[in-house]
Write a protein that binds this ligand. Structure first.
Ligand code: HT9
Ligand code: FE2
Length: 304
């Protein structure tokens, strides 16, 4: 099987791999952004709780392996590279390696499924900046946004069914995504896509079950409006309405990284427990073979 590309680039966020990495990582993430010092210190503690190791890099290694297996089993002979925005392997170093290996034209699969600034445009800017750092860099085309593709949706459908099956029959569905400032460019598109993906998963996994889309992991100064409601506030509201069980689906993410492991599995689950609400968190696609098939399907334009 052939394609017009001679490499695939897996592009991700990056995360610390030990306690000494945590502060430099957080400085990388927040450089030039208006994030209060207290928020940074609080987020540092989330990482220290896990030994200073974010799950995200291992998740990328696992996904890279699954993509390579998918390519191999479909006779697609294309090397897979991996680079990050905020930690090693830094994207510019990866692009330098690709150049040294003779890559001329690569397709980029980003570990973020949606349109919007943080989820799409910022990764495009990362690619442009990394290419500027490397003389005669390979061409790198970002593959299309994939939040509506079966390879992304279907693993969430199964995961939502699994989470619901562990709860009483009257459990509610909560979809959650990373909050962004209301002022962020293309925020409406991001929200529209999140709503559409949530609706599709809800209708397939549990037709008739009430569902809501809420947000998590906000930072920024309290005076700056971000997408709401936050999941913890939403749990309180549902509690007031007599809801006793929730299945939480992290539809805004592709893997169980720190925003999922801390903000949902520690913080939101802890709030639910205090409120006496049974809480089950649905898995993210991770290295599911259906998800790992998406880069090939997008490359060969045969997804739908
Ligand atoms: C939309 C979105 C996604 C989903 C799309 C995607 O996946 O790319 C995402 C993912 C992630 N965000 C992550 C980590 C962080 N994000 C921060 C800060 C921010 N995120 C924002 C948005 C998003 N973030 C925004 C608007 C900010 C404010 C500063 C800014 O405008 O940039 C901060 C600073 C501290 C804090 O304020 O929380 C950290 C540490 C990790 C790594 C987790 C790990 O280590 O496992 C991942 C996957
Ligand atoms: Fe973030």
């Amino acid at each position: 099987m052939t394609s017009s590309y001679d490499a695939l680039l897996l592009l991700s966020f990056g995360g610390p791999e030990g306690p000494d990495d945590v502060i430099p990582f957080l400085e990388n993430v927040t450089r030039g952004r208006n994030i209060p010092r207290e928020r940074l210190e609080a987020v540092g503690e989330h990482y220290y709780l896990f030994g200073g190791v974010s799950p995200i890099n291992q998740l990328c290694r696992d996904l890279k392996g699954a993509i390579e297996a998918d390519f191999a089993s479909h006779g697609l002979d294309l090397p897979v590279y991996w680079g990050n925005r905020n930690w090693t392997p830094y994207l510019a170093d990866t692009v330098r390696q690709m150049k040294a290996d003779g890559v001329r034209r690569a397709a980029a699969f980003v570990t973020s499924a949606y349109s919007g600034y943080s989820t799409n445009d910022q990764y495009l800017a990362d690619i442009a900046r990394a290419r500027e750092e490397v003389e005669d860099a390979p061409v790198i085309d970002k593959l299309p946004v994939y939040c509506d593709r079966p390879g992304f949706i279907d693993p969430f459908v199964d995961a939502a069914e699994d989470a619901l099956s562990s709860l009483p029959a009257d459990a509610r569905l909560i979809f959650t995504a990373h909050s962004v400032p209301l002022s962020q460019p293309n925020r409406e598109l991001y929200v529209d896509e999140l709503e559409a993906a949530s609706r599709t998963v809800a209708e397939k996994a549990a037709p008739g079950t009430p569902w809501d889309l809420v947000y998590q992991s906000r930072s920024g100064p309290p005076t700056q409006p971000w997408l709401e409601p936050q999941i913890t506030d939403h749990l309180e509201k549902l509690h007031g309405e007599g809801v006793r069980a929730v299945a939480v689906v992290p539809i805004g993410f592709v893997s169980d990284h720190m925003e999922v492991k801390y903000d949902l599995d520690v913080e939101a689950a802890g709030r639910a427990e205090e409120l006496g609400i049974a809480f089950a968190r649905a898995a993210t696609p991770g290295a599911d073979p259906r998800f790992a098939a998406l880069p090939r399907q997008l490359l060969l334009d045969e997804t739908r």
